[in-house]
Every structure is written in C-alpha cells, then in structure tokens.
Design a protein around this ligand. Structure first.
Ligand SMILES: Cc1cc2nc3c(=O)[nH]c(=O)nc-3n(C[C@H](O)[C@H](O)[C@H](O)COP(=O)(O)OP(=O)(O)OC[C@H]3O[C@@H](n4cnc5c(N)ncnc54)[C@H](O)[C@@H]3O)c2cc1C
Length: 553
C-alpha cells in the first residue's frame, strides 16, 4: 500500500509493531501518579519512578517471561528416598521475588508509620503485577499474614525482623538461619473452599511451648500456594474449640522438616510461575495464633487484605491491557491509517482507557483509606473491597481478551505479554473468595451494618448529585435496600454489587478523574446503550483526548 513500504533501515518491516520495552510503567501512568499524590504518598514517587523503569526494562520483561515458561518442579523425595517436599524454580522466579521484596510489597505499611504507606505500597504492587503476577501471590500472602501473626506476640517477636526484611531469601532451612521469610495460607480443602466451616483437618493439642499452645495437625489442603514458604497460617478443627488458626512452619523448632507432604503441584491455566500445591499433613507441628475457635475470623482478616490486593492487581492488568493495546494501535496500520485513527478502534481503546482509569481510582482509593481509623472509611472498605474484587477482577478477564484482539493474530501467540495476561486474569476472580461469595459479602455488610452502609450511600449520593443519571441509580439503590423484595436480596446480589461499584467509580471520577473520562463513563455505564463488549459507546468529542493522555509513552 502506498506510503507503507518499509524504509531499508526500518527495523520492523512489514507493518509489524516494535516490542514495548525499556519504558517506565509509572511515568507512563498519569492516573496512578495522581492517585499516589492525592493519598499523600509523594515521598514514594522517586522509588516508584525507579520501580516503573525496572518493571518496564527489557531484562525484567524477559525474566517475567522465563519464570512462566519454566514452571516450578516438585521433588517429593531425595535420591536416597527421604521425603524432602522440595519445589525448584527457574532463577527468573527468584529475580521477580527479589524485586517484589526489595520494592516493599511484602511489608511496607507495617514497618512505616505513615498512613499513606498503604497507598505507596499499593502503587508498587500495581506496577509489579503488570509485569509478573505469579510472584505477587507469596508476596501478598506474606504482607497479609503480618497482622494475623501479631496475634501471637511471642511468635511474632521471632518472625518480625524476618518479615520486615526487604531481602529475598529462598533457602530451605529453619528461619533462625535466614535473612527473611515468606508466609502463605492454607484454608481450602477438597470438600469446600468457600464454605470453610466444612474444614475437616484436625488439630490435636500437644502441650505448650515458648510460642504458646502447640498442636499436631492431620489432614490435607486442596490448594496450598507457595508451599516453599517458611510457614503457613492453617485452618484446622481443634476438638470442642472448633476451627482455629495455626502457624505451621516448614521446619519444626527442633530443626527437623515438618510433616507437610506435597502430593503434587496444580497444573494451572495461568499463574504458572507460582507453585500451588495439594498437601497432606501427617501430624505436622503447629502453634495457635489468635483465639481458639476464631480461626475463620482471623484468616478472613488476612483475606480482606489479599482481596484488596486482587482488586489492585486486576486494576494493574486492565492498565497493562490498555498500554499494550494502545502501543500496538499507535504503530500498526490498516486500510491506510494507523489503527488508533480508525474511529471504531478508537471507540474500543477509549472504553479500555475509561475502564482502566475507573479501576485504578477505586482500587487506589480503597488502599488509601487503609488502615481505616475513620468509621466512614471502615464502612466504605467493608462494602467496597469485596465489591471491587468482584467487579475489577471480572472486568480484567473481559478486557484482557479485548486487548488481545486489538493485536489481532499476534495477540493470540505465546511470547507476547497479552497471552500471559489473558491466562492470568481469571485467578484473581476465583481465589480469596469467588465472585458470588464477594457479592454475598457485600450483602452481609449492608445487612449487618445498616447505619454505616446508609452513610456510605449518602456520601455517594452527595458526590453524584450533579449527574442526574447516576443520582437516579443511587436513589433506586437506596430505595431497594430500604424495602427489599419479598424473596430477599440474595438473588440480586450481583446486580446490587455492580450498581454499587459503578456508583463508587462514577463518584470518584467526578471528584478526581479527567472530565472526559467522567463524562464517557457516565454516558456509557449509566446510559441505555452500553453493551457487554468494549467500544459500544459514542463519545467522539472526548475520545481523542482520552487516548492521547492515557498512556504517556
Ligand atoms: C491458583 C489458585 C491458588 C490458590 N491458592 C490457595 C491458597 O494458597 N490457600 C487456600 O486456602 N486456597 C487457595 N486457593 C483456593 C481458592 O481460594 C478456592 O478455590 C476458592 O475460594 C473457591 O473455593 P472452591 O474451589 O472450593 O469452590 P466452591 O467453594 O465449591 O465454589 C464454587 C463456585 O460456587 C460459588 N458459590 C459458593 N458458595 C455460594 C453461595 N452460597 N451462593 C452462590 N454461589 C456460591 C463460588 O463463588 C464459586 O463460583 C487457590 C485457588 C487457585 C485457583
């Protein structure tokens, strides 16, 4: 085609697109930058600038690819038949784990007194997940385990310096000889992951030691991610006390390997760099953390942090889907123009940009409200963390597929970032409480805390008062909650949660977003024409500005 013939020196002839590498993920993201500043975490910006460059460097992108192309291997026994339960990783996995640790993602807010440390760490987490998300699993679990471990002060005193460390130490030996530790969680059993009360794994009292009540645990866990962690917080049933929370280290205090038998590693759709195991406990040593019989409550405290991380991570996925799609469309030509200039493609990309801004605003807003000393912040998080986990994680599944299609056939080919993103996206929606469970959580929060929930809705109503379509939805939601239908709200929990998230995103966009995004979001998400696929909105006026400003490359 005239005007498209490659120059002799063109390194990417035949209308192919140069790989996106050696760019700065943070510098390219004006929405994330503003969210960080709004949260008062400007002090973290030099680190985020450094991290943004590190996560976009060609060498890091290659490490992320390698860590997933060479998945972990299980070695149950030594050459001489001893049970070793060892998982071996490609060196690139350790590169990614070390990066996450160095960047504070495993611990920052717990060892930095500034409330804005939560938003600072959330921004780092969003950047990390855009490049390699498997390593975020042990990292986020370690982070979320810290407040639970503090419930056993004697144990925590020993672990604290190892949790506070920013070094990655993968050595398989007792914590006493290590620079840092990682901690996982073990709740899900064969018979149920959502319904944790069905847990059968049994803890038998085994006396009291320097860290408190010791037990021997027998049973199994059907999903037990990061089995090479130095310890797991495990849910087990202890006689009449019911389900308790126990710290089960990989090595017993007497220096012997604990009786945790890794049966096999899951062969997962995505998340392939990370190991997720099926394990059996054969009288494994553990020590109680928290109150007897309060195991589910303690582990749900941990899950509320990992759920927020799922929302942040999926906001990162949507952002990365947008970045890759826009990069491609800015270079690739079809029918005499760059794809980005084709009106229909521009509508698809603008929809991705709108969704990305809304997801980032909501996820970062929730992180900034932590640790939640203000009652309204606490009520906001109680309702909107599960709602955001439900919605943003589901949107990431749909939009990673949409971004893949922007790249045409190249999007569907392994080796590029979109194939991996597409396979990674659903896990955030499933683990730590699947979609329905999150919506039922929202409902429970509405019903158990009616006054606080009404205050959140009132705040939303004020924020959207100037936008009639949004205000009408808010009014309808308030009315529905005030007089629920005879069959109850449970069958409507998804619809209700969707409305709540869209309201919150509209409110945040009106307060802090770019006017073009707020207008496009409201016209589409609160209009009658918006469809289930991206690109069904018509906002010709704002579209080109939206796309120019979305990704600063
Ligand atoms: C990659 C990966 C890693 C994981 N790592 C860990 C880990 O480290 N530790 C750990 O403990 N677990 C882990 N899990 C398990 C995960 O948390 C569970 O799979 C999840 O909680 C769902 O539990 P389940 O698989 O038993 O499904 P079920 O509980 O059987 O749920 C199946 C479906 O039914 C829905 N459902 C359940 N109850 C209701 C209801 N009342 N009303 C309507 N719908 C309902 C759910 O939303 C879900 O869609 C991991 C899972 C994956 C995929």
């Amino acid at each position: 085609m005239a005007g498209q013939a490659p120059l002799p020196s063109d390194p990417f002839p035949h209308n192919q697109v140069p790989p996106l590498e050696d760019y700065n993920l943070y510098a390219a993201d004006p929405v994330l930058q503003q969210a960080v500043r709004r949260a008062g975490a400007d002090w973290h910006e030099p680190a985020l600038m450094r991290q943004g460059a590190e996560y976009g460097a060609a060498a890091t992108l290659q490490a992320a690819e390698d860590a997933n192309r060479h998945p972990p291997e299980l070695h149950t026994h030594s050459r001489t038949g001893e049970r070793i339960n060892l998982v071996r990783f490609h060196p690139a996995w350790h590169t990614m784990m070390a990066m996450a640790r160095r960047n504070g993602i495993a611990n920052l807010p717990f060892f930095d007194d500034r409330p804005s440390a939560w938003a600072a760490r959330a921004a780092s987490h969003m950047l990390h997940c855009q490049t390699e998300s498997g390593s975020s699993c042990p990292t986020t679990m370690t982070h979320a385990a810290i407040p639970v471990l503090r419930r056993n002060p004697a144990l925590y005193a020993v672990l604290e310096p190892l949790l506070a460390s920013t070094g990655h130490d993968p050595a398989d030996r007792p914590p006493a000889g290590k620079r840092s530790v990682t901690v996982g969680m073990g709740m899900t059993e064969r018979q149920g992951g959502s319904d944790l009360r069905s847990n059968l794994t049994e803890a038998v009292p085994a006396g009291s030691g320097e860290w408190g009540d010791e037990v021997r645990i027998t049973g199994h866990k059907w999903f037990f991610s990061a089995p090479m962690s130095d310890g797991h917080l495990v849910l087990a049933r202890c006689g009449d006390d019911g389900l308790g929370c126990y710290f089960m280290p990989r090595w017993q205090p007497d220096g012997r390997r604990n009786a945790i038998h890794i049966q096999r590693l899951k062969d997962k759709v995505g998340n392939r760099s990370n190991s997720s195991a099926e394990v059996e406990f054969h009288g494994a040593w553990a020590v109680r953390v928290g109150e007897p019989g309060r195991g589910i409550a303690h582990l749900i405290d941990m899950a509320s942090l990992t759920r927020l991380d799922c929302a942040l991570s999926s906001a990162g996925f949507i952002r990365q889907a947008l970045v890759q799609a826009l990069h491609h469309a800015r270079h690739r030509r079809a029918f005499g123009r760059r794809l980005v200039g084709q009106p229909l493609m521009a509508a698809v990309l603008a929809d991705l940009a709108v969704e990305s801004e809304a997801a980032t605003l909501l996820a970062m807003d929730l992180a900034a409200r932590h640790p939640g000393t203000d009652p309204l912040d606490r009520a906001w998080c109680r309702l909107l963390v599960p709602a955001a986990k439900f919605w943003i994680c589901k949107r990431a599944v749909a939009l990673s597929a949409e971004a893949m299609e922007v790249l045409g056939g190249n999007g569907y080919v392994e080796g590029g970032p979109l194939a991996r993103l597409y396979r990674e996206a659903p896990v955030n929606s499933i683990w730590e409480g699947s979609g329905n469970v999150m919506c039922l959580d929202v409902l429970r929060a509405l019903q158990r805390h009616p006054a606080e929930s009404a205050a959140v809705l009132q705040q939303l109503a004020q924020a959207v008062a100037g936008a009639p379509a949004v205000a009408a939805t808010c009014g309808a939601l308030q009315q529905l909650l005030g007089s629920p239908p005879a069959e109850g709200l449970e069958p409507m929990a998804r619809l209700l949660t969707q409305r709540l998230v869209l309201l919150a995103q509209a409110a945040l966009l009106l307060q802090h977003g770019r006017p073009a995004t707020a207008a496009a979001f409201i016209d589409s998400r609160f209009g009658t024409e918006w469809g289930a696929v991206a690109g069904t909105f018509c906002q010709p006026a704002g579209r080109s500005a939206l796309l120019e400003e979305a990704v600063n490359l």
